[in-house]
Design a protein around this ligand. Structure first.
Ligand code: NAG
Ligand code: NAG
Ligand code: NAG
Ligand code: NAG
Ligand code: NAG
Ligand code: NAG
Length: 685
């Protein structure tokens, strides 16, 4: 907070903040000494606050510029805007100097013209300009404008990449502005990201959450390993550190939901000085696919990514598509690259917790008030929506209103209920409702949205039946909203927990020879192990899963309905059975099978009632899903709900069998993950 004040200060505040800075510095030194803290990054940072160290921009060199705030010194190529060097705490370059200048820190876009192959394109500016340069802050711009002579070569979007360096910051900010105007051709964009490739001799320890951090194999280890079922999945056969021998490494094992993709990065554990390099993302508003879309973080290389848009764990369903002449404007970021340093035995813990603290500080300052682009919406131009969401399910707790404790509530571009999970072009603003269902969405960018929600513990998607127009400074107060989740009758039985995940089901032990030791038996992320899809054929070599209501519970349900390997790279469809006893007479009318899927990969799920070979099946999803969560060790992809009417004449008094057949079987990665299944009686009359 204080940092912000210093930067947004008016002249008459300078003296006050200088003194304030000195007092803070003094207090910090006091407690630093008394606690014998080993954290030098934080100390240095505070030291520079209000000190005489100012931000200096040097543009004398024709091909490069250097920005130095006394803590970090960053060299960028001119006019391209590639990050050539980050010097910090006596280290000449945090990035890998062995790579070419355009391959150390850069921004890239994966795009394709309709009907053509995708291109990965590093965006290089063609026009460099200094937006602001004073002693408190430097902002520079690397603009790549599109002209028709670039047709087919460069992505038809004007892209302005910005870097911000502020006095006293142990790091720098970066963001990108996308701008399309009339006259630009149609284009599809699959991916937008920043990439940082760190010094490979230093950075050896990676951290992305309290429980997901470890020493990592090197890029060389990965390159010399044995490629498994996907090029990204590698068995380490000749690692530099023999401890990794026989482990599997795959960058997708370090994926994470947007909502948790907050701070991740690397530590140089055995080098002197020990430093941390962190990607801090203070908001998800600019990422695609909503709060539980998953994406990559950091991975062997050492590489740290900032993913803004990607098809990961969703597939082509989330591709951004622009029509010819379609105009567009969006700001991706700012994100904060943070550096810290420490010098005790426990460096990794110290640096990680300091990075997490820095993340909290960034969140408190969000939305930032210092980015200079006129397309960026500062705090005073944003609006808010307050409200309360209740849920009413006629056959649950007597139909009384329930608080949507922890419901996800968000704004996204107008669409159908649930459309936010495949929405990639607009901003999204999400929050969680509190214990009584109250929610506050703040800092939303002006524009038209729908308000969407989903409630863990209930199926389906909520959408508020009116457009929400956010205006600068406007606060919209909604009355109590009521979500009536899909429900046609009382529950006969249910399998699983409606939370859009398959994590409650049976996750098999991994092959001991194909482990990532980060996710040991007790780790809650056991599903991230490699090759679990294959374990199905081990456990069910001949006959498929049979689940008997009243005998089995959901922990017996294999987490993914995959194909069975029949050897020699051939696969066969599998048919799962749910057996249940209908003790009473059948009630005439429609029963309902609520079938919620957590993921689908090139599948066709067919549902039959008491007739294994009914053709056509009583119900089929048709070909669905490209989220690839099975192959990418995810526990969910996109959510889908099917409410299937089951005519009462398909069921009998006594034993019934529901057959679930996933009929497409060309690869080991095809299949679905169930979220939750429920059979309902016909509506009570
Ligand atoms: C985010 O991380 C927390 C802590 O690890 C975990 O409990 C939670 O389930 C995660 N959220 C999502 C949406 O994955
Ligand atoms: C820090 O690294 C050491 C050595 O690799 C490890 O034993 C320890 O568990 C790590 N600490 C944390 C918080 O991960
Ligand atoms: C939703 O809005 C439309 C148009 O205003 C209206 O016809 C419809 O009745 C509304 N539905 C609900 C459930 O409020
Ligand atoms: C496996 O399939 C290939 C190609 O279909 C065939 O040439 C080969 O003989 C098969 N191997 C075995 C052991 O069946
Ligand atoms: C039962 O469902 C069918 C469609 O599957 C529908 O045509 C019929 O009207 C429904 N019957 C009742 C009683 O709701
Ligand atoms: C399915 O059945 C329910 C209740 O029996 C009925 O209200 C609904 O209209 C039916 N849906 C379809 C698509 O037939």
């Amino acid at each position: 907070m204080m940092k912000m004040n210093v930067l947004s200060m008016k002249n008459n505040n300078v003296i006050f903040f200088w003194w304030f800075g000195m007092i803070v510095k003094f207090c910090f030194l006091l407690c630093a000494c008394s606690q014998n803290t080993s954290l030098r990054g934080g100390l240095k940072k505070i030291n520079n606050l209000g000190s005489t160290v100012v931000v200096k921009l040097n543009t004398e060199n024709k091909q490069q510029l250097v920005v130095d705030n006394g803590i970090v010194s960053v060299t960028l190529s001119k006019p391209e805007g590639y990050l050539i060097g980050i010097s910090y705490n006596g280290i000449d370059n945090i990035l890998e100097s062995e790579y070419k200048e355009h391959a150390r820190g850069y921004f890239d876009v994966v795009w394709n013209e309709l009907g053509k192959h995708g291109k990965v394109q590093r965006i290089h500016g063609t026009k460099f300009s200094v937006i602001v340069a004073n002693e408190n802050m430097v902002e520079v711009s690397f603009l790549r404008s599109w002209t028709s002579s670039m047709t087919g070569i460069d992505v038809p979007i004007n892209i302005d990449i910005r870097y911000i360096f502020r006095r006293g910051d142990s790091g720098f900010y970066s963001y990108a502005i996308f701008d399309r105007h009339e006259g630009m051709p149609a284009v599809k964009v699959d991916q937008i990201r920043f990439v940082f490739r760190l010094n490979k001799d230093r950075f050896n320890y990676m951290a992305l959450s309290d429980t997901r951090q470890r020493r990592m194999p090197t890029m060389r280890d990965v390159k010399t390993g044995q490629v498994l079922a996907y090029p990204e999945a590698v068995l380490l056969t000749k690692p530099h550190n023999p401890q990794f021998t026989g482990e599997v490494d795959d960058k997708y094992q370090y994926s994470c939901e947007n909502i948790n993709n907050t701070v991740h990065g690397w530590i140089s554990l055995d080098s002197d000085p020990t430093v941390g390099f962190w990607m801090i993302t203070p908001s998800n508003e600019f990422r695609n696919g909503g709060p539980i879309k998953q994406d990559l973080t950091s991975h062997a290389g050492p590489i740290t990514l900032s993913m803004f848009v990607s098809p990961h764990y969703a597939g082509k369903d989330v591709t951004m598509e622009f029509e010819e002449g379609e105009t567009y404007k969006k700001v991706f970021g700012p994100i904060f690259v943070y550096l810290n340093t420490a010098s005790s035995e426990n460096d990794n813990a110290t640096l990680w917790s300091d990075a997490v603290q820095q993340f909290s500080k960034e969140v408190q300052s969000w939305p930032y008030d210092f980015p200079q682009s006129k397309d960026y919406f500062p705090p005073n131009q944003r609006g808010a929506v307050f409200g309360r969401l209740l849920v009413q399910d006629w056959y649950f707790k007597g139909g009384r209103f329930q608080y949507t404790n922890n419901a996800y509530v968000g704004l996204a571009l107008p669409g159908d209920a649930g459309s936010w999970q495949t929405e990639s072009k607009g901003y999204q603003f999400w929050t969680r409702a509190n214990a009584k269902g109250y929610f506050k969405i703040t800092n939303a960018v002006p524009g038209d949205y729908n308000l969407y929600a989903w409630v863990p513990g209930f199926i389906g998607d909520y959408k508020y039946n009116a457009t929400i127009t956010i205006t600068p400074g406007g606060v919209i107060k909604l009355n109590s909203l009521v979500y009536n989740p899909p429900r046609n009758g009382p529950t006969i039985w249910e399998i699983g927990i409606p939370d859009r995940l398959a994590s409650e089901f049976h996750i098999p032990d991994p092959y001991p020879t194909l482990m990532n030791k980060l996710y040991t038996k007790k780790h809650s992320d056991k599903f991230r192990q490699y090759g679990l899809w294959k374990r199905y054929s081990d456990i069910y070599p001949n006959d498929d899963l049979v689940y008997t209501v009243g005998v089995n519970n959901y922990r017996d349900w294999f987490f993914a309905h995959v194909t069975r390997s029949t050897g020699n790279k051939t696969y066969e469809p599998t048919t799962w059975q749910i057996i249940f006893e209908h003790k009473n007479d059948i009630i005439s009318g429609n029963y309902t099978l609520q079938l919620a899927l957590a993921s689908a990969a090139d599948s066709n799920l067919q549902v039959r009632f008491n007739d294994r070979s009914k053709d056509p099946p009583h119900f089929a999803t048709g070909r669905i899903g490209r989220d690839n969560a099975i192959a990418r060790h995810g526990i969910h992809g996109l959510y889908r709900l099917f409410s299937i009417n089951v005519s009462s004449n398909l069921l009998v008094k006594g034993k019934n069998i529901i057959y679930l057949r996933q009929s497409k079987a060309d690869t080991p990665f095809q299949g679905v993950m169930y979220d939750y299944i429920r059979l309902e009686r016909p509506p009570a009359i």
